[in-house]
Design a protein. Structure first.
Length: 65
């Protein structure tokens, strides 16, 4: 059985009311999937920054077992 690789994406956003929210971590198959999930929670937000958080080797082995 093949497992899909899910990556964490870190976002820094400005909400529609003007507040800055740092370090939002969202899982996704790709950046577009993570952004879609983000926009479901924070409608009309502005994305200021997006970073990719790759899983560590040990975490990959623990998840596979």
């Amino acid at each position: 059985m093949t497992q899909a690789i899910i990556t964490k994406y870190g976002f820094r956003i400005r909400t529609r009311s003007g507040l800055i929210v740092d370090n939002l971590l969202i899982h996704g198959k790709d950046e577009a999937d993570a952004e879609r999930k983000l926009r479901q929670m924070y409608q009309h937000c502005s994305i200021l920054e997006c970073t990719v958080r790759k899983p560590r080797k040990n975490a990959e082995f623990a998840a596979a077992g």
